[in-house]
Design a protein around this ligand. Sequence first.
Ligand SMILES: *Cc1c(COP(=O)(O)O)cnc(C)c1O
Length: 352
Amino acid sequence: MISFYPGPSKLYARVPNFLKDACASGILSMNHRSAEFEDLFKRTVDLLRQKLNIPSGYSLYFVSSATECWEIIAQSLIKKQSVHVYNGAFGKKWFDYTSRLKPEAVASPFDQETEALSVTKTFENAEVICFTQNETSNGTQVSNRILHTVRKSNPESLIAVDATSSMGGIELDFLTADVWLASVQKCFGLPAGLGILICSPAALHRAREINERNHYNSLLFLEEMAQRNQTSYTPNVLDIYLLMRVLEEIKPIDKINKSLVARYRKWETMFDSKGNQLQLLIKNKAVRSHTVLTLEAKPDVIQLVKSKAKQAGFILGEGYGDLKNTTFRIANFPALKRNEIARLMDFLYEFI
Ligand SMILES: *Cc1c(COP(=O)(O)O)cnc(C)c1O
């Protein structure tokens, strides 16, 4: 079976080998305060910086999930109010979870066919403005250009970006925001259970002003531990190791981005040129995600395609939330191989 699920997704092909190496290396039973772990931590952080082009002043932390990052932002970077600019289920979930900790959080939803810019203006009182760069539920994305504009019009606010289903695949301009978050089971092609949190100097400065220290994962504790190449709890050492091995082998992000967009264009051309009964959900090309494609059709067609796909050896992503019965999703993640995509294209062609 080839999984085109947009997370947890197909693993990089070499992960089984890396797993064996991890067991053989002894790192999995090593203390997370040991020098060996600190080396692993440091090397993985350095590789992330290098391969993803993360500015040297930004700090990186390992946590358990993207969801945990939402909570860390709420507890450690917001005193009262954040604004959540979103057009789909993940952005809304982020807003909902934040509201429980900070009831003054404001939702600023926008239509999935429009660029986020049409609702982005100056957000008064927004300590943090939250964007979902790649909305995995509907297959839309917010461009670097828009993030840049928001930053310019809101110099007092921190910008936080959920890039869970794009980091590791798309070239992100980290300087356009202060907080970036992701987890590894999407574009990094790894097993779930590891989150990556990236903070600008301005974000850390804000954390120091607020000085929130009530939680094991308070940002200031994460920072203190990271200074020593450690974490504040026993981390997912296996996933950190696998991440290091994957990062050692992958190309720099500009190259990955380029081939991913080229693959995306092929999908787009195929669906747009025919598109009788199966079409891309998002009509506005400018906002379509490059890493997650959402296909729309009548429920019976969706059912048929999904069951035939299964027989043919493909796992497609279920529609998410409200879109469950009328859509399915296809991951366009870097771990998928060219011939696997070609096979799915052949299979889907007759249904379009
Ligand atoms: C998958 C996903 C999440 C949740 O990730 P976890 O690792 O399960 O916490 C959050 N945001 C987006 C955009 C996602 O795609």
